[in-house]
Design a protein around this ligand. Structure first.
Ligand SMILES: [Zn+2]
Length: 222
């Protein structure tokens, strides 16, 4: 069962379309796996559109506004305005990494053709989002793989998409949405291998030793 969910503030910001792309993807993909959060977002969307509607009613419309509105209504009743084409769902998208095939959540389906970099059992594919120091990636850790003990200078979000992993705090299942800040030191390990979506806004800081291997791991993960 999913134990880790986005905060209500994050769900509300998502419903209002206020999140950057990296976080929108994370919350949307979580909601595909979590009915509880999906329902909350739907409820927030209704509340937000209701309050936007109330605001519209309170605004006094100028004469030119009502003229535009009248013209628009006339056009609609004449049938001059073509209805918006229905969006079709994108086809299922798979990614193949380290000999495993995964189906991507709808929120990530446009990113099925990414380039992967690997070090040891860790593979990473960066999403082309251009959000400065904030980097969004798909991260795959092979069977019995471990990420060396580290903390973060900034924020690290991990959304587990497939498989399982564990750290000092517990075991995680697909859908778990984990946000850590610089104060947490952890050593994630996976028995069965896992695929995660990650967002990090600063490089990892390794807490046990500094070596070329750790630096390489750091470059791949961040
Ligand atoms: Zn949830």
């Amino acid at each position: 069962m999913i134990k880790h969910h986005p905060s209500d503030e994050l769900l509300l910001a998502h419903a209002g379309g206020e999140l950057p792309a990296s976080m929108t993807i994370a919350v949307a993909a979580h909601c595909e796996m979590c009915d509880t959060c999906a329902e909350k977002v739907a409820q927030y969307e209704i509340t937000l559109s209701d309050s936007a509607f109330d605001e519209t009613l309170n605004v006094e419309t100028s004469e030119s506004d009502s003229a535009v509105f009248a013209t628009m209504m006339a056009a609609i009743t004449r049938g001059d305005i073509t209805p918006v084409t229905k969006m079709t769902a994108s086809p299922e998208a798979h990614i193949d990494v380290a000999g495993e095939r995964y189906t991507l959540p709808v929120a990530l389906r446009r990113y099925y053709q990414l380039g992967w970099s690997s070090v040891g059992s860790i593979s990473r594919a960066r999403l082309p989002l251009n959000e400065g120091d904030t980097r969004a990636s798909l991260l795959h850790i092979g069977m019995n793989g471990t990420v060396p003990s580290h903390t973060h200078k900034g924020m690290e979000l991990t959304l587990l998409l497939s498989g399982h992993f564990e750290d000092e705090k517990g075991t995680y299942v697909p859908g778990d949405f984990i946000i850590l800040d610089g104060s947490t030191n952890h050593t994630p390990h996976t028995h069965d291998g896992c695929l995660c979506y990650t967002v990090a806004d600063a490089p990892l800081h390794f807490t046990k030793g500094v070596s070329q291997l750790l630096n390489a791991v750091g470059r791949v993960i961040y």
